[in-house]
Design a protein around this ligand. Structure first.
Ligand code: FES
Length: 118
């Protein structure tokens, strides 16, 4: 978890002061878990943005080769950012906003629904 100590400012790997757009506005932080580890995110930002800001670049592993995939298009048109979110498989994390308490997991292959696990 990275932040400046101010409860409304979240730093990490973010562009906090854009040359043209100006400073990133303060928002309420939310807490999410990624593969069981807690992270702070900016309320409403895409899951993938929160992950990248916290140093996580891998979203899933390919079904047959096991190769890692991360954000590619960033606009919901490919399938490289698919992850398991709150038990739901194949969620495009680049276009899905974070919410408080969200549980995000790396998807291995095609994934497995929670109720089908032993
Ligand atoms: S990165 Fe392509 S759909 Fe998310």
């Amino acid at each position: 978890m990275t932040d400046s100590g101010d409860s409304t400012v979240i730093r990490g790997r973010r562009l906090n002061d854009h040359e043209l757009l100006g400073p990133l506005p303060d928002v309420e932080p939310v807490e999410i878990t990624v593969d069981g580890q807690s992270f702070r995110a900016r309320s409403g930002e895409p899951i993938a943005a929160a992950l990248m800001a916290n140093g996580i670049d891998i979203c899933r592993a390919m079904p047959e080769s096991g190769e890692s995939r991360g954000v590619f298009c960033g606009v919901g048109r490919c399938s490289d950012c698919l992850m398991i979110v709150d038990g739901v498989l194949n969620v495009r994390t680049c276009v899905t906003p974070v919410t408080e308490g969200m549980r995000v997991e790396t998807q291995h292959g095609l994934g497995q629904w929670e109720d089908s696990q032993p």
